[in-house]
Design a binder for this molecule. Structure first.
Ligand code: NAD
Ligand code: 0WE
Length: 257
């Protein structure tokens, strides 16, 4: 890949391990020449993320940030400012809903599960984008991750689908607010990927084989393909693209049956 992101600085939220979508996109950004700064959610993931980040050089900055805490976001952005005067790229690859909300009926979603899912999976994009925007003085590109359950019913995705709908709408409103500052904001709607967040979801392997049978490309997507779309959106290739949800889903979403 050519080094279309040479000289750019990116902040990456959402690496848990080497299977994380954030890690796939971070690797592609780094290969394209970007320097990166990583968060980790909590002590449990600290070593993992430090080890992965160190593959880009021992001095790759890594710091904690739980996106449900305003004080964490403020402290993390102060850390970013201590490492770089400017940020060009921001990846938000974070989602969470309480497990019980992804099991039974959407009808039974508790007020608290609804709140948590929207706080961590949708509001956090607004919060981290607002915190990073002052550093994006020369313009920038914000990328978040969505899923088809935002627009069509995927059984058991439940409150996460509603939160992803809020996320995709937030992408449009952020794109409008930040367009005059040359900051673009887009979502990638990914087909299913076998990550930590997908593991333990009952029927997930059936979903992977469903895509193999029914998606136009007759296969599942790869982290490399998500990385390539991440590079496109971060680079001048995507210079005229903002407010959009782009699909990396083997074409699954165009099917009517
Ligand atoms: P993952 O488990 O590797 O990543 C999810 C990340 O969210 C983890 O790093 C976790 O630490 C982080 N996170 C959760 N709560 C947090 C909090 N309070 N503060 C900070 N970080 C927090 O799984 P993934 O599949 O790579 O998920 C990344 C994104 O991709 C999510 O937005 C997910 O909805 C989206 N997505 C996943 C799939 C899939 O099939 N795996 C498909 C489409 C979209
Ligand atoms: O966005 C996601 C999953 C996000 C997620 C995963 C978990 C598992 C562990 C959010 N919260 C939690 N909470 C936990 O306790 N995906 C797009 C992957 C996914 O999850 C599904 C899917 C697909 C696809 C859940 C039900 C149905 C389909």
């Amino acid at each position: 890949m050519s080094r279309v992101l040479e000289g750019k600085v990116g902040v990456v939220f959402g690496v848990a391990n080497k299977r994380s979508i954030a890690w796939g996109i971070a690797q592609a950004w780094a290969q394209a020449g970007a320097k990166l700064i990583f968060n980790y959610q909590g002590e449990r993931l600290k070593e993992n993320v430090e080890e992965l980040a160190a593959t880009f050089g021992a001095e790759t900055p890594v710091a904690p940030c739980d996106v449900s805490r305003d004080e964490d976001i403020a402290r993390f952005m102060d850390f970013v400012k201590s490492k770089t005067p400017r940020v060009d790229l921001l990846l938000h690859s974070v989602a969470f809903a309480p497990k019980e909300a992804l099991e039974g009926n959407f009808l039974d979603t508790s007020r608290e599960a609804f709140r948590v899912a929207h706080d961590i999976s949708a509001y956090s994009l607004v919060a981290v984008t607002r915190a990073a925007a002052p550093l994006m003085a020369g313009g920038g590109s914000v990328v978040t991750m969505s899923y088809y359950g935002a627009e069509k019913v995927v059984p058991h995705y439940n409150v996460m689908g509603v939160a992803k709908a809020a996320l995709e709408a937030s992408v449009r409103y952020l794109a409008y607010d930040l367009g005059p500052k040359k900051v673009r904001v887009n979502a990638i709607s990914a087909g299913p990927v076998n990550t930590l967040a997908a593991r333990g979801i009952s029927g997930f392997s059936a979903m992977l084989s469903h895509y193999e049978q029914h998606a136009p490309l007759k296969r599942n997507i790869t982290l490399e393909e998500l990385g390539a779309m991440g590079v496109f959106l971060a680079s001048d290739g995507g210079a005229g693209v903002t407010g959009q949800t782009l699909y990396v889903d083997s074409g699954y979403s165009v099917m009517g049956m």
